[in-house]
Design a protein. Structure first.
Length: 133
């Protein structure tokens, strides 16, 4: 399977209250699921997500945060999340909503947005060019 790389540079913050430039990159190396990484680098530090897409059900997930300005000694700390099976939780929440007649915990619109990103990844891989989403 071919490696897929998705990256972006934004000079405008996605949230008005966050005044920083941001670069993020995700690499999906095919069958090497445990080698996944996302790095988000901004003007005030960076965040690295160790296994962003398919969290392992047998060990905690970790996020590494460096919140130091350029030129400073990096102040790196780790945020660790409890071990869980995200797919079981997602199925349980959906089942609860269906059985109780309540709204799903994730709206259908989120799924449509995810598909737009996935479609753009395939177009980018086929054309070798940036794709607008």
């Amino acid at each position: 399977m071919k490696q897929v790389r998705l990256q972006s540079w934004a000079n405008h913050p996605p949230f008005p209250q966050v005044p920083l430039a941001c670069y993020w990159r995700a690499e999906l190396p095919g069958q090497l699921a445990h080698a996944q990484r996302i790095t988000i680098a901004g003007t005030r530090g960076r965040v690295e997500v160790e296994i962003p897409f398919n969290a392992p059900p047998d060990r905690p997930c970790r996020i590494f945060v460096e919140d130091s300005p350029p030129g400073a000694v990096p102040d790196r700390h780790t945020i660790e999340f409890e071990t869980c099976d995200q797919y079981t939780i997602q199925g349980d929440r959906f089942s609860e909503a269906a059985l109780n007649g309540t709204a799903a915990p994730y709206p259908l619109e989120d799924s449509v947005k995810n598909m737009r990103v996935i479609d753009a990844l395939f177009r980018s891989g086929a054309s070798g060019t940036w794709q607008n989403i």
